[in-house]
Every structure is written in C-alpha cells, then in structure tokens.
Design a protein around this ligand. Structure first.
Ligand code: ADP
Length: 426
C-alpha cells in the first residue's frame, strides 16, 4: 500500500495523540531522515483567537536551534490540515521515567534540570515563552538528552482549553504560577521559572508540591506558597526549590540567579554553540533563497512594497510561508526593530553594508534583504540579523531588523552602532 505523502514526507504510524493534535512518524523521502509530524485541524487553528501569536511564535521556533528544544523544521498546509514537522525524539516521554522509576537521585534530577533551564533560558532570549511547562511536555532521546516539546505552541492548547473544549483532557493546574490564576496579566519569564520549579520538585520528590482534588484548595495552596520540602533533600536542593517556588513573581529567583546557584552549578556544562551549529539556520536560508527566486522570477527591481496596514500593524516576516502572514504581538518578540528612511533603497542597502563591514560581519545580500552574521559565538550562539527594506511610497522606506541569532543585548548594541553609521539615511 502506498503511504500518504505530505510535501516530501511519507507519513507513518501514530506516535501519540495529544490534546489538540495527532503526532505521526514520517520519513523525509529525499534524505530518509525520520521526523515527527504534528497534525492540526486547519479550520480550528485559523479560527483561533490567538492565531497571530501562534503564527509568530511558530515562525520564531523555526530559527531556534537548541539541543534541548524539539526542533521545528517546517510547516506545511493543506486545505484542511496544518502539518508541523518536528525533530523526532525517540526515547519516549519523560513522564514514563518517573512513573517507572519513581523519584530521581539528586545528581540525575540536576542533570535534567540543567538541560531544562538551558532550553527555557534560550527560548526566552528569543522572546518565546512556553507557558505550559510540565512533565508531559518533556521528551528524552535515545541518549537520554532532555528535549522540551511544544515551545511556542502552548498558546494554542491553552486557548482550546479556555474555550472549554478540552477542559478535562488538558489536565493538571498543578504547574501554574500563582500570578497566572489572578488573571491580571503576567510575565511569561517568571511563570515559566515557576513551572520549572514544580518540575524540579516532582523529579526530586516523586509527587507535586501543591496537590488537592479540590481546585479552590489547590489555588489557595499555590497562592500562599504552602508546601513542604521533602526532608531527605540536601540543604542546597531545598533552598533552590524554596527560592523558585516563591509566590511573588517579583522576588522569585530568575534564570540567571538559578544559573549562579551552587546546587545548580554542580557538574554543569554550559551548552556550547560552535560555529558549525550556528551556520545551520536552514529554514531561514531556505526562506531567504525562496525570496530571491521569487524576486528574480517576478523580475522585481524594487523592494517589497509595504502597505499602510502592514506599516501600522507591525512586521513583515522573513518567513514567506503563505500560511503565516506576520503581525506583531507586543512583548512576544523583543529582538526586532524598525526605522524609516527617505533615502533610496539602494542608498540604504549600501549604508547598511558599510556599517556591517566596519563591524566585521559577514554580509549575504539578496535583493533588498541582507543577512549579517558575526564570527564569534556568545552565550546564546553566533550573532545574526536579517535586515529588509520595504517600500512604503516613492522615497519612503521602512527598514526592518530581526535578530535571529545571539543575545538580545547584543542586538541592541548592534542596532545602536548601525544606526550611528546610518544616521544620514534614517
Ligand atoms: P498535545 O500538545 O496536543 O498534547 P503532544 O505534543 O503532547 O500533543 O503529542 C502527543 C504525543 O505524541 C506525545 O505524548 C508524544 O508521545 C508524541 N510526540 C510528540 N512530539 C513528538 C516528537 N517530536 N517525537 C516523538 N514523539 C512525539
């Protein structure tokens, strides 16, 4: 029997049935590589209230390459379905390890917790929050490496839950930070840290710190931070858990503080982002190449036009998938900025190139898009930016800068330097 093809992927057996999606094994027929494909109902996604945010976060996930985050390779859409092509994680669910073996030894729990914090820190540095971190979203590969799944996708499952459709299937509120209940809006960073604290507790204790069949009692326990630290834990583990499970998000330990903690730091190997890893921005490069092909075949000799709506509503995207037209969600992506210029597009391009050369960046230019890449690799990988010029009207251009690699702080410094070099053009 011939197997169903989706793009270049041959669909295979079902790997799992989630709350809002089916996940199937698939094979890339060009490379034979096995992947996992998450299949969503397209209508359901498109009707979704948070569709813009989902689009944006999925696009961002395409450029996030971290050894502890399930990679998102590409998104394919048919008339009725959306297929999200993911890295296949072949060691099963983390939950099963705990279910089978019970609580972990401190050394083992620490090893996984370090990987979890690395993954969360990395995604936060790219402006993506998980919002639904729990054991069920942690997978392990066959070498025992932890992989966080569903980064950037939780908005969808949460919304479905809010719509009431999945409210029993979606399970446990045990991981939710106190400020999330109060519904006054919350900081995704601190809320994710809280959930990491719950995960650490479960790894070390084998049960939840806050647990009650009665939801109101559970909420009260969480709001008051009422829990008992297992007596068998070391002093360092107890202290770390207490500092993370602080009900006040303002005084709760931050990720940088966790990384400085003595218990956390023991045998810690910070992830290394070598140059090889950094040059594999395949998806971006594909989008880049596509855009070049489009521009050439359509014979465009001008920048892509930007209409008034796009101008007001935010950003175009480097991601050209027709499914996902980009709009901004304030606070979600922080490493993006724009400025306007009355210089000609060619003048702007050469000014950017000059500024980039003076900063020792490699420059790849394609029509009115430039990709700049630094040589050195920092804590968050090699610095990389995409700059694109859009035409709003004759002699009025919008220049958009998106950080796709490296640290947000580096991006801000870079922008300052570039804007100095461009001051005649801005
Ligand atoms: P949902 O988010 O809708 O709950 P999940 O992401 O939990 O769906 O996926 C359902 C199941 O599919 C998981 O429990 C897991 O067993 C399997 N699965 C999901 N992603 C992968 C992956 N990348 N590799 C292997 N199995 C996966």
């Amino acid at each position: 029997m011939r197997k169903k093809l989706v793009g270049k992927y041959e669909l295979g057996k079902i790997l799992g049935q989630g709350n809002f999606a089916k996940v199937k094994l698939a094979r890339n027929i060009e490379t034979n590589e096995l992947v996992a494909i998450k299949i969503l109902n397209r209508d359901q996604v498109l009707q979704h209230k948070m569709v813009e945010q989902i689009k944006r976060e999925i696009s961002t996930m395409k450029v996030i390459k971290h050894s502890n985050v399930v990679k998102l390779y590409e998104v394919i859409a048919s008339k009725t379905k959306i297929y999200i092509v993911l890295e296949l994680v072949d060691g099963g669910e983390f939950f099963d390890i705990i279910a089978k073996n019970g609580r972990l030894k401190e050394e083992e729990a620490r090893k996984y917790f370090q990987q979890l914090i690395d993954a969360v820190d990395f995604c936060h540095s790219r402006g993506v929050y998980h919002r639904d971190l729990k054991l069920d979203n942690l997978l392990v590969d066959s070498c025992g490496v932890l992989k966080v799944a569903d980064f950037g996708l939780s908005t969808f499952s949460q919304q479905v839950r809010e719509d009431g459709l999945l409210h029993t299937a979606c399970g446990t509120p045990n991981y939710v930070a106190p400020e999330v209940f109060t519904d006054k809006g919350y900081d995704g960073t601190a809320a994710d840290v809280w959930s990491c604290g719950i995960i650490l507790f479960v790894l070390l204790a084998g049960y939840f710190p806050f647990d009650d069949e009665n939801l109101i009692n559970l909420h009260n326990q969480i709001l008051n931070g009422e829990f008992i630290v297992p007596p068998w834990l070391s002093f360092g583990a107890k202290r770390l858990i207490r500092c993370i499970l602080d009900p006040n998000p303002l005084t709760r330990m931050t990720i940088s503080e966790i990384m400085e903690d003595d218990w956390f730091k023991k045998d810690y190997n910070p992830p290394c982002f070598d140059v090889e890893e950094d040059v594999k921005f395949d998806d971006i490069d594909v989008a880049f190449n596509n855009s070049e092909e489009n521009l050439i075949t359509k014979g465009w000799t001008k920048p892509v036009p930007m209409n008034a709506f796009e101008l007001i509503s935010g950003s175009q995207s480097f991601n050209l998938e027709s499914l996902f037209l980009m709009e901004p969600v304030p606070g979600v992506i922080k490493q993006e900025t724009r400025f306007t210029s009355q210089s000609t597009a060619n003048e702007i391009m050469s000014k950017i190139e000059e500024a980039a050369n003076s900063l020792n960046f490699t420059v790849v230019k394609q029509n009115y898009k430039i990709k700049l890449q630094g040589y050195t690799s920092g804590r968050k990988g090699c610095f990389s930016v995409i700059i694109e010029v859009f035409e709003v009207a004759q002699s009025f251009h919008v220049v958009e800068l998106r950080n796709i690699g490296g640290d947000t702080l580096e991006f801000h410094k870079f922008f300052e330097k570039v804007s100095l070099g461009l001051k005649d053009a801005i």
